[in-house]
Design a binder for this molecule. Structure first.
Ligand code: UDP
Length: 239
């Protein structure tokens, strides 16, 4: 399957058409942005890691009965996926307090919740992705109640699979962001990526951050952290 015209360029990925109208190719870049786009940089090798990590995790989701857009890895940075229209919601699941949850509610990072939480943001750069609830999403016509119920079910199922997998790798899954898409047939599927760009991953023993917070917070060792989580994933994948 070959790349045809570029359809879209996002912050971390480009999307290309193919000869099949129902399939597109995503190509992962090393570009990184943070702090609402104010901070820009490069994480060398990130595109390769995020592509390969996402694909292996998407395959695990499929195995667990969660439909995804994943079709086939084409190369180090390129993957064939089903063409979807992205539901303009960022779906965030949290197992421990961190990031905006900690700052918004004035609590420290690292509090283990009795059960996972879910929240939605309206995916809209001009509005800086404001937090919204399911009623707001329905009012704005972003999704139907049925779609939101399905998205919630899938998102918690992703958390169950992902949390257990990362625990086996000695990594605590703190929180993560998912995006869902709608196929031409109207099916809701998991889309976008699952990577250290979109998950907070802490070493289970030391609490060391192994994710994009190292870039956001200028902590150094960003490339090493991405390589370390990938190494742990590869050591446990295929079991
Ligand atoms: N996240 C993301 N993209 C965003 C916002 C958040 O991938 O635009 C991820 C982030 O990496 C973290 C989780 O969603 O794993 C929760 O992020 P939070 O709301 O705390 O915001 P952040 O502090 O990351 O901006």
């Amino acid at each position: 399957m070959e790349k045809r015209e570029q359809l879209y360029e996002g912050k971390a990925k480009k999307v290309y058409a193919t000869d099949d109208p129902e399939l597109v190719i995503v190509s992962y870049k090393d570009d990184a942005t943070a702090l609402d786009g104010l901070k820009k940089g490069t994480i060398v090798g990130k595109g390769v890691i995020n592509n390969q990590m996402t694909n292996r995790l998407m395959a695990r989701m499929e195995k667990a009965g969660i439909p995804t857009h994943f079709v086939k890895e084409l190369s180090e940075r390129d993957t064939l996926v089903r063409r979807v229209s992205i539901v303009p919601l960022e779906v965030i699941i949290r197992n421990l307090s961190a990031g905006h949850f900690a700052s918004r509610y004035g609590v420290e990072e690292g509090i283990v919740f009795p059960e996972p939480t879910i929240e939605f943001s309206y995916k809209n750069d001009d509005l800086h992705d404001p937090l919204l609830n399911a009623y707001h999403a329905v009012a704005l016509g972003l999704a139907s109640w049925q779609e939101i119920e399905l998205i919630k079910k899938y998102a918690f199922a992703v958390n169950d699979v992902l949390k257990a997998f990362w625990a086996d790798c000695g990594v605590t899954l703190v929180d993560f962001k998912l995006e869902f898409g709608k196929t031409a047939q109207g099916q809701i599927v998991l889309a976008d990526e699952i990577s250290p760009d979109t998950c907070r991953l802490w070493d289970a023993k030391t609490g060391e951050k192994l994710d994009k917070d190292r870039f956001r917070r200028d902590m150094g060792g960003v490339e090493d952290a991405y390589a370390e989580v990938m190494r742990r994933l590869l050591a446990h994948d295929g079991e």
